[in-house]
Write a protein that binds this ligand. Structure first.
Ligand code: FAD
Length: 549
């Protein structure tokens, strides 16, 4: 086997928040880095999800990088929860400020990656057939980047326009005068429905599962508020790192059962007014105690009944088949109010099933709904989809698809035994989608960056998670989810939205601070649980960060 013809230390895949930071962090520490991105711009989910109403549900001043104080001071967010375009504009700003564009290649989808056991490096193949080699592979391909399209007979023969929220046309869509169907009422549907309803002639919402949604209480942010945040950014970031969900808030710590009914309802009311996904943090036991969860859910159901004028519609919108928070909590602007509009109707797919899509509409077991456009807000093959979309072959040619056939297994959510020198960002077994994902991305990328520096300093050529450490981590991740409400819903956290996908609770539920401590302890113990091997002398003569020629 010849010496790899590459001067790259690391290949990064994906130009979302995680990949952008990875390329910055690794190049800054002197590594030769290249990033491949399937899309034609930076942004990740903020490039692809341009549907009307798309915005973050973690406050923008927190859903942003903390690695540069200068950046924190420079960028001006305009809303509490920034819209898609502003978040993507921020990411372009980051790419320009840190001179990352020359290190990135767009319209470059990676479709295979193969590890060479002799040379200790990865060869990555792009869809157009080109290949590239590097010692390390960082997959920042996103936990929510592979959209799901439901298998509905006739969908491909629909005569109108068909959209997926996660593949929205760059030029936007004008629904004026149209009859529109939205299928799906998860986070994306809940954000898009009010905006589409305000524009189109007639909107029909097809709901499979009623989800809990809390008003985001979005608003424009004042210069005074931004100035205050900027003056206290260090403390704010520190608080975020200490919070389970990665947002800088302290929540009450007493049980909902330790206070009387009046205080409890008052706490729920305050959480509702505060808005968004903070709601399930109103008490610490909402996610672990069924009685408390039921109380919180009842509060939200009563809110829905008080907002939606038609009692029959309100009952359909009130979730009754899973605990609040067990599926991703939605944050909206006027979602329930939208069902009071004359031009909006709700089809409950628990009462009538979609049978076919016909050229001019959607036929259910009860009626034909004529529509000009269909919007699929049908979610993602979450957490594993983007890794498994790549044909990844590790040591001895073993395939990741085969290795994960029974469900994903990782060490620390970042490494897989049998797949040396490969790092997953926001992978299964890490807090990922349960926390503020800019915080989790920074934490993981920093950890990987430190490990690669450590390897460089010791001329390590091969880093591989040990099987036993991985088994113990998988067990630990399973334990962390036990006793939580997360296991009581058919959610995408469990893979339940993808036919045939193994039912395994994928994220690590113990929270960001515990996870960070565990990762740091592994590092402090000389990367306990990893085999770190010197390069094979015959294969090549350079370590990490030392350029060939
Ligand atoms: P992504 O942003 O998904 O980026 C991955 C990139 O990798 C994509 O651009 C993709 O094209 C590219 N890619 C994938 N496979 C390949 C391949 N084989 N070859 C080349 N390129 C590839 N999280 C929060 O914490 N707060 C929020 O408010 C929030 N809001 C969200 C709103 C929406 C609509 C969605 C969909 C998700 C939201 N999330 C939110 C979760 C979101 O996934 C993360 O916040 C974060 O953006 C993930 O960043 P990432 O870089 O890991 O992945």
């Amino acid at each position: 086997m010849s010496t790899p013809q590459t001067d790259l230390d690391a290949l990064v895949v994906g130009a979302g928040f995680a990949g952008l930071y990875a390329v910055h962090r690794l190049s800054r520490s002197g590594m030769g880095v290249r990033l491949y991105e399937a899309g034609d711009d930076v942004g990740g989910v903020w490039h692809w999800n341009r549907y009307p109403g798309a915005r973050c549900d973690v406050e923008s001043v927190d859903y942003s990088y903390s690695f540069s104080e200068e950046l924190e001071q420079e960028f001006e967010w305009t809303e509490r929860y920034a819209p898609q375009a502003e978040i993507q504009q921020y990411m372009r700003y980051v790419a320009t400020k840190f001179d990352l564009w020359p290190l990135m290649e767009f319209n470059a989808r990676v479709d295979a990656a193969t590890y060479d056991d002799v040379a200790d490096c990865w060869t990555v193949r792009l869809q157009d057939g080109r290949t590239s080699m590097a010692r390390f592979l960082v997959l920042a391909t996103g936990p929510l980047s592979i959209p799901l399209t439901p298998r509905i007979p006739g969908l491909e023969a629909f005569g109108g326009a068909l959209y997926h929220t996660s593949r929205w046309p760059q030029e936007g869509v004008d629904f004026t005068g149209q009859r529109v169907a939205v299928i799906g009422t998860g986070s994306s549907g809940v954000q898009a429905i009010p905006v589409i309803a305000a524009q189109c002639r007639k909107l029909t919402v097809f709901q499979r599962t009623a989800n809990y949604s809390i008003p985001a209480q979005n608003k424009r942010v004042s210069p005074e508020y931004l100035a205050e945040v900027k003056a206290n950014y260090r403390a704010r970031r520190e608080l975020a790192r200490q919070a389970k969900g990665g947002s800088p808030f302290r929540y009450r710590t007493d049980s909902a059962l330790s206070v009387d009914e009046v205080d409890r309802v008052d706490a729920f009311e305050k959480a509702w007014e505060r808005g968004g996904t903070h709601f399930t943090k109103a008490f610490p036991d909402i996610m672990v105690d069924s009685t408390v969860n039921q109380m919180a859910a009842d509060f939200v159901r009563n809110k829905i009944r008080s907002i939606v004028r038609d009692p029959a519609v309100a009952e359909k919108l009130a979730p009754n088949d899973h605990p609040i928070g067990a599926k991703r909590l939605c944050a909206d602007t006027d979602y329930y109010e939208t069902f009071n509009r004359d031009n909006v109707s709700l089809v409950d797919l628990k009462e009538e099933l979609i049978e076919t899509v016909e050229p001019d509409g959607i036929r259910t077991s009860a009626a034909l709904y004529g529509v000009d456009a269909i919007v699929l807000a049908t979610g993602f093959d979450a957490m594993t989809g983007s890794f498994l979309a790549i044909d990844i072959r590790g040591s001895n040619g073993q395939s990741l698809r085969d290795t994960w056939q029974g469900g994903p297994r990782t060490y620390l959510g970042m490494c897989v035994a049998g797949f040396p020198n490969m790092f997953l960002i926001s992978g299964p077994g890490s807090p990922s989608v349960l926390a503020n994902m800019v915080r989790t991305a920074e934490q993981q990328v920093d950890w990987v960056g430190d490990l690669l520096n450590y390897a460089r300093d010791r001329s390590v050529g091969r880093i591989e998670a040990q099987q036993e450490s991985q088994d113990a981590w998988v067990e630990h991740v399973n334990q962390a989810a036990q006793g939580t409400m997360f296991l009581k819903a058919n959610s995408w956290y469990l893979g339940a939205n993808v036919p045939g996908k193994p039912r395994i609770f994928m994220p690590y539920a113990a929270g960001l601070p515990v996870y960070t401590e565990e990762c740091d302890a592994v590092a402090a113990a000389g990367y306990r649980g990893f085999d770190l091997a010197l390069p094979k002398p015959a294969a090549h003569s350079r370590g990490v960060g030392q350029r060939a020629n």
